[in-house]
Ligand binder design. Structure first.
Ligand SMILES: [Zn+2]
Ligand SMILES: [Zn+2]
Length: 234
């Protein structure tokens, strides 16, 4: 399995980072979130929009799904197959309302929405855990190897899932009062439960990125702040 960060940024442009998106490649090519900028990053990697087999959305905030319609539109124009979209409950209605907003796309975009919490993509087992965010959101666990948090406050149930690598958000800086995002203090409290051998941090707001060195020292764990186009194998 090869994992490539397409977008490690947030809604505020900073350090030329695209918004949330991760490419997971095994037998299938999967996008976990399709934030604004993901399509350009795919082009930089030489991956065509039609070569994506499935999308797993963590939640329907704009910084995580802003390029989804663009991906579907590109696939329509490039004669692509139907795209399988795995996503939290409510996504089917969300996409229906987007087609109401862009009626010229109705009947053109080919996709199927699947809101199950456990499923398979090809032979790959995928499970989900509801996360603690301001709307219906979930983390993805691929083959007990890779966990991707999406947006959430850090919490023990997710941190203790069986995986080798954890990709976790770290939106907010030291001392920030946050109910639906992770701060360094909140993450450190949960790292005792972490079964992954390494954690990649993503979705850092500019004020959090500014504290990067201090945060890594404070966490005292095998942790890396992810950057766009960084990749690793599992
Ligand atoms: Zn969010
Ligand atoms: Zn977000």
């Amino acid at each position: 399995m090869k994992i490539t960060f397409l977008g490690t940024g947030v809604s505020v442009p900073f350090e030329k980072r695209a918004q949330s998106s991760i490419l997971v490649e095994s037998e299938a090519r999967i996008l976990v979130d399709v934030g604004p900028g993901a399509l350009l990053r795919l082009e930089e990697l030489g991956v065509e929009p039609t070569q994506i087999d499935a999308v797993c959305l963590t939640h329907n905030h704009l910084d995580h799904n802003g390029d989804l319609l663009n991906l579907l539109k590109a696939r329509w124009l490039m004669d692509g197959d139907e795209l399988e979209i795995y996503a939290p409950k409510g996504t089917k209605n969300f996409l229906e309302s987007m087609l109401n907003a862009y009626p010229y796309l109705r009947g053109k975009l080919r996709f199927r929405t699947n809101e199950e919490s456990v499923f398979k993509i090809g032979d790959m087992k995928v499970s989900t855990i509801p996360t603690i965010h301001s709307i219906e959101s979930r983390a993805y666990i691929f083959e007990n190897a890779l966990a991707i948090s999406g947006d959430t406050r850090a919490f023990p149930e997710l941190m203790s899932v069986d995986c080798e690598i954890m990709v976790h958000e770290l939106s907010l800086p030291f001392g920030f009062k946050a109910d639906f995002h992770t701060t360094p203090e909140n993450l450190k409290d949960c790292l005792n439960y972490c079964r992954a051998k390494k954690i990649y941090l993503t979705h850092l707001y500019p004020m959090t990125l500014a504290q990067k060195d201090k945060i890594l020292e404070f966490l005292d764990f095998e942790a890396i702040v992810a950057e766009d186009l960084m990749s690793f194998e599992l």
